[in-house]
Design a protein around this ligand. Sequence first.
Ligand code: ISE
Length: 334
Amino acid sequence: MLKIGVIGCGAIGREHIRRLTYMVPNAKVAGCSDYYTEAARKAAAEYGIAAVYESGEELIAAPEITAIVIASSDESHAAYVMKALQHGKQVFCEKPLAQSASDCEKIIAEELKQNRRLVQVGFMRRYDPGYAEMKRVIDSGELGAPLMIHACHRNVRQTDGFQTEMGITNVAIHELDTCRWLLGDEYKNAQVLKVRQSSLSVKGYDNPQIVLLETQNGSRIDVEVQVSEAYGYDIQCQVVCEKGTLNLPDPAAVVKRSDASCSYPLLIDWADRFITAYDVELQEWVNSAEKGIPSGPSVWDGYAACVAADTLNRSRGTGQFMAVEMIDKPDLYR
Ligand code: ISE
């Protein structure tokens, strides 16, 4: 039984605590912490968690905690992952793994010292039944080689303090992972473009943006990123292959026919859209971490997405594609 400590008791932290407490066998949330200790106390009271720690570092060091879930703010992830690795503990880290490729490289070096995988990155879309089926069909070769991906990521809202760069590091990071995973390919070039701005978006960040990528095999990807003010939470992905196309299905919804129209509702929240993906992701992490090696997205996957994100953010305003440059892949991740 994994005795899990959860760092970060905000929206996603509480989602993970709820799942680990009520839905995932062989896991127990034994401790939690939050930058605002009061948030950790509230979560502990609601879910019957035995220990509240004053800091993430204290939680990581606690002998009674055998595995760590990092669900704190994006900029705190890298330091917590490093600490957990130094203690040789299993880690599930929410996306993004870090805020920069160079921080990811330090994490890779630390995991290599342990000489075994200890970290799984929370790219939950890989566990979504729709994406998983697209991946299965691509890998079967039935439709020939994948040539292009057209994707879009539309959000209703973002938290206060949101900035243009986060449209890539916090939002499009999902597509940066899913596209390279679907194609089984690494990126070669990347560019982000500003487009006509939505008059509904008044908080000072670029919205929408368009991400363009080219892979090593020459596949091309375009991702429309609306970080807020969209009509719903709408995630689209079309893979164009030599012999056909694959489209990500919308979540099941009842189709209403009335008043001479036909409609079905869209969701507005990402936690609802990917509810099944999060369930499967955490269950599989617990199952594999218990055996000693996490089976899901690795530090290498977190790194690859961060390198692409860094490159995209550097390309903003230049009008140029920039080379996506990665270090050689260590054997541990092959
Ligand atoms: C959020 O952090 C997520 O991970 C969601 O999946 C994404 O759609 C949203 O834009 C992010 O802010």
